[in-house]
Write a protein that binds this ligand. Structure first.
Ligand SMILES: Cc1cc2nc3c(=O)[nH]c(=O)nc-3n(C[C@H](O)[C@H](O)[C@H](O)COP(=O)(O)OP(=O)(O)OC[C@H]3O[C@@H](n4cnc5c(N)ncnc54)[C@H](O)[C@@H]3O)c2cc1C
Length: 388
């Protein structure tokens, strides 16, 4: 049996590029494919910036992964000389009795995260844009900030290539066939054979693995960018990344990182759909109006008419925990999907875990929350016979 590479990675978005980098570092032969190219903004990586935070409202179980991920971001920066992770801090504001705040404070306490709990008066003095309401507290997570997804995925991909990976851009994969000894990956014009395959297709996962459709859905997320009356008040040194749960609203805001505008997002779903090819990228005028009150009430000094607005997508699981696992019916396939709007910050460690799963290496991390569900019929991909 001849192979074109030991490991293939289909989908070079956040997870695929990091997986390729982690594999190439081990001198394993790696092939990768993307329908576009690493760093494009049409996938779950679109929208300019991603929050990195360690005081984790999704639960303290993530903290060891976040700490390791931060080390790996620094490792990639060290290997390339490119700044990726900007630890400008993040301010979480919520009612002291909320689950959100309990999780944030438990993460800080249990893992000795560099943080500060701030009173309303301290917040007003240090971050004059923000006003806390009765019962609210603020936690400043100093191990937090932002990453630019385009820059980060492109950097990981180029580093993987420098280490020997071969990445095929503008090469949509149409079909994959599995057998006992490996996988055959087919584009419109060519086929490649690899021993093992890692599928990191983000919102397109169900195109090549229809059996996963039951276990995740596609969520539309609207982002908007605003100009401010005084840019000096929204620079990262006085306006760390904001995560706020107040007055029935759950939203986040970024400092000015493009030199001109700041970005705001409401957390949660802005529409459920079932085909990545059908994301509605148009944003209707109601959105512009709907967010005006939120901006006026919570972000004084931001001019409440967006200068840029866009719709993006990610794949979401019921629990909010991604699937990162060897496929239950096919030992040659590792799948990663369902990062549920919070996967980017963890992409280096998830790439490392994917590399270990593909190479059947042990990992020190507890992966039980990332287990693949039983998928039933294998879908379009037959696993029982080697492709001709
Ligand atoms: C608006 C928004 C805001 C977010 N904010 C944050 C945040 O602040 N912090 C955070 O940590 N996370 C955040 N996330 C989540 C994070 O960005 C995603 O979870 C992450 O990008 C998912 O990575 P992925 O590799 O699974 O998918 P993607 O990054 O979408 O990569 C999938 C890749 O597969 C390729 N592909 C698809 N089909 C094929 C095919 N047939 N052949 C070849 N290639 C194919 C695509 O072109 C794409 O490059 C956010 C997500 C969104 C959408």
């Amino acid at each position: 049996m001849t192979y074109d590479a030991d490991i293939g990675v289909v989908g070079l978005g956040a997870m695929g590029c990091m997986t390729a980098w982690r594999l190439a570092k081990r001198s394993v032969s790696v092939l990768g494919w993307d329908r576009l190219a690493p760093g494009h903004d049409q996938s779950a990586c679109g929208g300019e910036s991603r929050i990195f935070r360690t005081a984790y409202k999704e639960g303290p179980a993530y903290v060891p992964l976040l700490i390791k991920s931060r080390e790996l971001w620094r490792e990639l920066e060290g290997e390339t000389g490119i700044d990726l992770l900007h630890l400008v801090g993040a301010l979480s504001i919520a009612h002291e009795d909320s689950d959100y705040m309990s999780n944030v404070i438990a993460s800080c306490r249990d893992y000795e995260i560099d943080h500060e709990v701030l009173s309303p008066a301290q917040v007003k003095e240090r971050y004059p844009v923000h006003t806390l309401y009765r019962g609210e507290v603020a936690v400043l997570d100093r191990w937090a900030g932002y990453v630019r997804p385009d820059r980060a995925t492109m950097t990981a991909a180029r580093r993987a290539e420098a280490l020997g990976a071969v990445l095929h851009r503008y090469t949509p994969i149409r079909d994959i066939q599995f057998g006992a000894d490996g996988a055959t990956v087919c584009s419109d014009t060519k086929e490649w054979r690899v021993r093992k395959l890692v599928l990191t297709l983000g919102p397109w996962t169900r195109h090549l693995l229809p059996a996963t459709a039951e276990s995740h859905k596609l969520v539309r997320i609207v982002l908007a960018w605003y100009r401010t009356e005084n840019e000096a008040r929204f620079r990262a040194d006085v306006f760390p990344v904001l995560l706020r749960l107040s007055g029935g609203l759950d939203f986040c805001a970024w400092p000015i990182i493009d030199g001109d505008t700041m970005k705001v997002a409401r957390n949660g779903s802005h529409g459920i759909f079932d085909d990545a090819a059908k994301l509605d990228r148009n944003v209707s005028p109601e959105w512009f109006v709907r967010w005006r009150r939120m901006i006026r009430d919570y972000l004084p000094g931001v001019i409440p008419d967006p200068v840029r607005i866009g719709a993006y997508m990610d794949s979401w699981t019921e629990s909010g925990n991604a699937v990162i696992d060897t496929h239950p019916d096919c030992s040659n396939l590792v799948t990663l999907y369902g990062f549920s709007g919070h996967g980017f910050k963890l992409s280096p460690i998830f790439g490392e875990i994917a590399a270990k799963l593909a190479l059947e290496e042990k990992t020190e991390h507890d992966l039980s929350i990332f287990k693949s569900p039983k998928l039933g019929p294998f879908g379009a991909i037959p696993c029982d016979a080697m492709a001709p």
